[in-house]
Design a protein around this ligand. Sequence first.
Ligand SMILES: *Cc1c(COP(=O)(O)O)cnc(C)c1O
Length: 429
Amino acid sequence: MTDTIGGLAVTDLAREFGTPLYVYDADVLRERYRQLREVLHPEVGILFSLKANPNVSICAVLRSLGAGAEVSSLAELLIAGRAGVAAEDTIFLGPGKSAQEIDACLATGVHAIVCESWGELAEIDALAARRDTVARVVLRINPSFTVKGSRLTMSGKPRQFGIDEEQALEAAPRVAGLRNVRLIGVHVYMGTRILAEEVAAENTTRILDLAERVAERLGFELETVDVGGGLGVAYFDGERDLDLRRLADLVNPAFAAFRARHPRTRLFTELGRFLTAESGTYLVRVRQVKESMGEWFAVTDGGTHHHMAAVGVGSFVKRDFPIRLLGREATEPAPNWRVTGLLCTPNDTLSTHTPLPPLRPGDLLGVLRSGAYGPSASPVLFLSHGHPAEVLVDAGRPYLIRDRDRPADIVDRQRLYERAPEVPSASIP
Ligand SMILES: *Cc1c(COP(=O)(O)O)cnc(C)c1O
């Protein structure tokens, strides 16, 4: 039996840790980072966007290779710190930061707070004044342009993210009076799941140009430019992974030209999905196999409460993540298996037409490329099932990096209010 993750048999992993289970391969995680690091302009720092996978051990592996962190909540800030990411290599971003979060940024000394609105800029100024400090602030800009080709466009339209380019260019009087804010840079994030090298390159060129214009008009020194990222991985039929060599050939000249004009500016790209997706497998076990009106269903012990991305929201026709039968030899695949979870909703469909061998209860299925936007981007409390366990395989050993939620973990968070009606004991048999 040859189905392994990081050299360990999936059957053993499932037996030891139970299912449903996320398994990450540390080698794949490192390989993805290194492949990009090798070809990317050496002066461009890579920040890991914890949003894609907030596990502290995943973050620690990436940090050990030199990644910084891009965080968007107090918990993510703490996780990055616990993973060993230095505050100077961390940026904090998000359209609705709390005063507590801004204050934590000031207290820990993050490299920059990425500011997303004028109101927030005033708030950062006030909070920094209270601490008698000067906040290092990067302005997130919502550019007037949009570059087609990302799957979820975050700019060039009315957005809660960032400050409109036109407003930023006219903001010199507004920022002049800020005593406790020092503008140090520009951030733009164009969108996610970019799979075309040209699109990434055009984004980069235009963002670098925009950063120069904003800094010049507002009269500050560009210490930092974050060109976003949003590099994708192929999930679906007809998609192909980015050619990193080609990507680098297209973006590096733009970075080099920029560095020639601004030799001291720190450049960053921030990536979540690209770094973690391929390393993760969502391992589920088939509970029931049934036929309904001519279609074959495999009902598993997992579901979209752990893997919402597999639902394929936003696609006209549902597109399926790659799913494989793991852990036993099998005969020819038959077309069009529907793989579902155990939730009580028809939307709980991991795949609608995956060719799989004849399945039987007890079989293990792996949803591949699932290391990004898994449980943290899914309704894990649906049916009160909770978060699945997560295991990292490194150097041939499995490490439990996230405990499975137990029913008690969920029930104990709830409170039965004092005036709750008494239950006659007879009603419970
Ligand atoms: C979500 C997000 C990221 C990470 O996006 P990926 O597509 O996972 O790389 C980076 N930056 C910002 C601002 C984001 O909102």
